[in-house]
Design a protein. Structure first.
Ligand code: PMP
Length: 430
C-alpha cells in the first residue's frame, strides 16, 4: 500500500541519492521484489538491470538469504563486537579469508563500502606510523570512485566529485591520468607513463596507491587493461608503497572473475569488499589485509587499529553474507556471468551502430553504452519504466549489471529497451 500522501511526504521530506530537495526527480514506489523483478505500487513489474547498484547478485527475496536472516534473528539480531565475538562473524571471516587472494588474512568488518574505504586508508596511514614514518598522501587514478565520505571522496575523480567544492577541507592527493588502454585493446606501454612518473616523484610521501582494479565504476564505467594493474603492483613493490584494491563494485564475480584483481594475477595489500557481500540484502563491507600490514599497524604508537563502530560485525548482516558467499562458492555464478556476458556481446555490442552511441563495452555481467550527449535523466527513466525495465543511467552512460540469475528473455528485454531509447532525441540533452 503506497498512497498519494506517501508520495507527497517523500517528495517534501526525504532526500534521495544526489537529488535536490527543491526540485526532486520523480521517484517510483517499489513495494516488493522477487528474483529479477521489481514490483511497483501500481502493480507494474520491472525487469531489474541494476542489481540495486551491483548488490543483488542472487536476485531479490532469495529463500536461502531470507532463511539465513530468520535463523540469525531467532538467536540475536545484534550484539556489540567490542569484547564479544559470535559464530556468524567467525564463519563470514573464515569464508572471506578463504575466497580472497591468499596473502589477505586479517578482516575488518565495516558498515558500508565508503566506510571500508575510510578504514583501508586509515590502515595505510597507521601502517606507516608503525614503521616510524609519517606518510599521508595517496596516489590514485582520475575517473575513479571510492565513496561519498570525506576520505573516500578525496580519492575520487576530482571533477566528478567536485573537489572544487571542498577545497581547503579535503586533503589533496596525487592523481594519475586515467588509463586509456581498454580491457580488450592491445596493451600500450605508454598508458602507464603518468602513473610511473608520479609514483617515482612522490613515493616517499605515499602511504598507498588506491584504485578500482580493471573496472572504474561510478566514475565512468571504464574497463582498463589488466597489464596496467600488473604494472601498478610492480611499481608499488619497487617503491615500497602499499596497494589498496577497492573491489566493492567488482568483487564477487561481476567481471567474470571472483575478484577483478585476478584478471591481472595480482594481490593487493589491502582489499575492500562490500555491495554484493550480503547478496544485496543489507549493508556490510570489509577491509582485508595481509598479516604484515596488520602486525605493523598493531605496532604503531596507538598499539591497535583506531576504529570500532557501533554496528561492527552485525550478526544479521554477517549471517546473510555467509549464505551469499556459500552460494557463490557452489559455483553457479561462473556459468551465469559467462552467459550474461555472451548475450551482452551478441545483443548489446551491435548498438554501437546507433548514431547517438560513442561506444559500447562489455565485461562479465556488465554492459555499458556510452552516448555522445548526456542523457535527459527524467525523460529516459520514465521511458524505461514505461517499457517495463529498471535501468538507471547517469551522465553519458546507460549501463546494465543485472542479477546473475536473470533469464535470457528478461536480459533481452533490457537490451531492447536501450535500443529503442537510443532512437528518441528527447532522451538526450543537446
Ligand atoms: N567503492 C566503489 C568502487 C563503489 O562502487 C562504491 C559504491 N558505488 C563505493 C566504494 C561506496 O560504497 P557505499 O555506497 O556502500 O558506501
Amino acid at each position: 500500500m503506497f498512497t498519494q500522501s506517501d508520495a507527497e511526504f517523500d517528495r517534501q521530506h526525504i532526500w534521495h541519492p544526489y537529488t535536490s530537495m527543491q526540485d526532486p526527480l520523480p521517484c517510483y514506489p517499489v513495494v516488493a521484489a522477487q528474483g529479477y523483478l521489481l514490483q511497483l505500487a501500481d502493480g507494474r513489474e520491472l525487469v531489474d538491470g541494476m542489481s540495486s547498484w551491483w548488490a543483488a547478485i542472487h536476485g531479490y527475496n532469495h529463500p536461502r538469504l531470507n532463511q539465513a536472516l530468520q535463523q540469525q534473528m531467532t538467536q540475536m539480531s545484534h550484539v556489540m563486537f567490542g569484547g564479544f565475538t559470535h559464530p556468524s562473524a567467525v564463519a563470514l571471516c573464515r569464508k572471506l579469508v578463504e575466497m580472497t587472494p591468499a596473502a589477505l588474512e586479517c578482516v575488518f568488518l565495516a558498515d558500508s563500502g565508503s566506510v571500508s574505504v575510510e578504514v583501508s586508508m586509515k590502515m595505510a596511514l597507521q601502517y606507516w606510523l608503525g614503521r616510524g614514518e609519517t606518510r599521508q598522501k595517496f596516489l590514485t587514478l582520475k575517473r575513479g570512485y571510492h565513496g561519498d565520505t570525506f576520505a573516500a571522496m578525496s580519492v575520487c575523480d576530482p571533477d566528478n566529485s567536485m573537489h572544487s567544492l571542498w577545497r581547503g577541507y579535503l586533503p589533496e592527493h596525487v592523481f594519475a591520468a586515467a588509463p586509456e588502454c581498454g580491457f580488450d585493446d592491445e596493451w600500450n606501454a605508454h598508458d602507464f607513463d603518468d602513473f610511473a612518473r608520479l609514483i617515482k616523484q612522490h613515493h616517499q610521501q605515499l602511504a598507498a596507491v588506491i584504485l578500482e582494479p580493471v573496472v572504474q565504476g561510478a566514475g565512468g564505467m571504464r574497463f582498463y587493461h589488466p597489464r596496467y594493474l600488473q604494472r601498478v603492483r610492480e611499481y608499488c613493490d619497487r617503491y615500497g608503497v602499499l596497494l589498496i584494491a577497492d573491489e566493492i563494485a567488482t568483487g564477487f564475480g561481476r567481471t567474470g572473475k571472483l575478484f577483478a584483481c585476478q584478471h591481472a594475477g595480482i594481490e593487493p595489500d589491502i582489499l575492500c569488499v562490500g555491495k554484493a557481500l550480503t547478496g544485496g540484502t543489507m549493508t556490510l563491507a570489509a577491509a582485508l589485509t595481509t598479516r604484515e600490514v596488520a602486525d605493523t599497524i598493531s605496532r604503531s604508537p596507538a598499539g591497535c587499529f583506531m576504529h570500532g563502530p557501533t554496528f561492527m560485525g552485525n550478526p544479521l548482516a554477517c549471517a546473510v553474507a555467509v549464505e551469499s558467499l556459500r552460494m557463490l562458492q557452489e559455483g553457479a555464478w561462473t556459468a551465469q556471468v559467462a552467459s550474461i556476458e555472451h548475450q551482452l556481446r551478441e545483443q548489446l555490442l551491435p548498438l554501437q551502430a546507433a548514431s547517438q552511441v560513442k561506444s559500447v563495452r562489455v565485461l562479465g555481467a556488465i554492459g555499458v553504452v556510452e552516448t555522445h550527449q548526456p542523457v535527459n535523466m527524467a525523460a529516459l527513466q520514465q521511458f524505461f519504466v514505461s517499457q517495463g525495465v529498471w535501468i538507471r543511467p547517469f551522465g553519458r552512460l546507460i549501463y546494465l549489471m543485472p542479477p546473475y540469475i536473470i533469464a535470457p528473455a528478461a536480459l533481452e528485454k533490457l537490451i531492447q529497451a536501450i535500443g529503442v531509447a537510443l532512437e528518441h532525441p528527447s532522451h538526450f540533452t543537446s
